[in-house]
Design a protein. Sequence first.
Length: 65
Amino acid sequence: MGVVVNLALFFAYNVLWPSGMNGAFDWISAAIGIGALAVLFRFKAGIIPVVGACAAAGLAVTLFR
């Protein structure tokens, strides 16, 4: 359990602060993550479609930035 939590925190840190703590916070990634949590818990959607939708949203943001 501890290894999974450690890995989740490591990925969250590197996604939300891509340039380190002194860099800018990535609000778009945070919004995608919060949206995913809301869809998973509120609407009981499946994990695979949510991951696919988040991947598509992240790709769209990257391509149109």
